[in-house]
Ligand binder design. Structure first.
Ligand code: SF4
Length: 371
């Protein structure tokens, strides 16, 4: 498959999802980031978190089957494309010194990123102002994780994952606590804990703190990349979809924090999610992506994935049934990334480095191949 075909395949998988055989586990049900997916390797060797859909939802999204073959590591998508299942890491079977299963502390995302949410709650939920796509409390409420991970617990899992040889980088995110540090203090402690045992690149994700010194402290503690996520490309959409985040900070606050962070972390090591499918226009997505990329901020353009239990449970994004349009969006995004020299896999850490939920690397590859 050439770069253009790989991009189309990944966009199709990420938006349509796939129907897995009955009884096969459908991925984690709650937590930070898109949920309800299984990780497979595409023919280009990169990971894709394939949304698992069934029944009426699968019909609505036009999901094709993804079936097992005689080789348990090889699956067949839509009867013709071979995908390799990312194996379950062995470190999931171990428990921390204080008795918590490792898989409740951190998980392998994609094929080589160890990710954890250091604080599994968010102040916006308390006020009914949570982002409409968010499911952060559900994994904790369902007993699949703990409310807060200690630096020692995370460091232990990092060491085990490194020993097993399954990770290249680490990603720490957090719900926003009701404190002015916006969660930076917890992230700082965990980064320091990891740095006692590992020199793998660490990406952190947080809302922009008013005090930019906190970003400096994260960098000084050993974080290599930072994501501060605007989420939506249009203000009106953002106000509706992310009322709490919108109320806290407008684009100007993000810009100030992004620019300060680019000075410290370097171009491409500062990123922002820009979700599409929330009701914004493709032109707005591309305009914001271009604006961010020009400033060295990697725009992690990603299809929103409505999750059961979120406020978008029954929401059907406008990208459903519009594959050609979405592929075109990513072609144009690839040209933007290429023009500004931002190649996701050449950055230190971040969701784009894992890349399982976003086709930004494939968009870049496709634009590069067309040159
Ligand atoms: S800021 Fe939004 S997406 Fe992030 S944890 Fe809070 S409610 Fe969820």
């Amino acid at each position: 498959m050439d770069a253009k075909e790989i991009l189309r395949l990944k966009v199709r998988l990420l938006t349509e999802g796939a129907v897995l055989p009955e009884g096969v586990w459908g991925g984690r049900k709650g937590g930070a980031g898109p949920v309800g997916a299984r990780y497979f390797l595409l023919p280009n060797g990169r990971a894709c978190g394939v949304p698992v859909r069934r029944g009426r939802v699968a019909e609505a999204y036009g999901s094709a089957p993804l079936d097992t073959t005689e080789d348990p590591s090889v699956w067949l998508y839509d009867h013709k494309v071979e995908l390799r299942l990312v194996p379950r890491p062995k470190f999931y079977e171990r428990t921390t010194d204080d008795g918590v299963p490792y898989h409740k502390i951190a998980l392998l995302h994609g094929s080589s990123t160890l990710a954890t949410t250091v604080y599994q709650a968010c102040r916006y939920w308390d006020r009914g102002l949570q982002c409409k796509f968010c499911t952060i409390p559900f994994s904790y409420q369902g007993g699949h994780t703990v409310l807060e991970k200690t630096p020692g617990q995370v460091a232990e899992v990092v060491q085990a994952a490194e020993e097993e040889g399954v990770i290249t980088d680490i990603l720490l995110t957090t719900g926003t606590p009701d404190t002015v540090d916006m969660g930076c203090d917890r992230l700082l402690r965990v980064v320091r804990g990891i740095r006692e045992v590992s020199d793998r690149p660490i990406g952190v994700q947080v809302e922009p703190p008013a005090d930019l010194k906190l970003i400096e402290e994260l960098h000084a503690a050993g974080a290599d990349a930072i994501g501060m996520h605007i989420e939506a490309a249009e203000e009106e959409v953002r106000a509706y979809m992310c009322p709490g985040k919108y109320e806290y900070a407008g684009l100007g606050v993000y810009e100030r924090a992004w620019l300060a962070a680019v000075d410290l972390f370097g171009r491409g090591n500062v990123s922002t999610f820009i979700l599409h499918g929330l009701g914004e226009s493709p032109e707005s997505v591309l305009a914001m992506a271009d604006w961010a990329a020009e400033r060295g901020v990697l725009p992690v353009v990603t299809p929103v994935r409505p999750a059961p239990g979120s406020q978008l449970t029954d929401y059907r994004p406008p990208y459903v049934g519009a594959l050609d349009d979405v592929v075109d969006l990513y072609h144009r995004l690839g040209q933007i990334l290429y023009r500004w020299g931002l190649e996701p896999k050449r950055t230190m850490a971040g969701c784009h480095r894992c890349g399982a939920c976003t086709p930004v690397q494939e968009a870049f590859d496709s634009a590069a191949a067309a040159r």
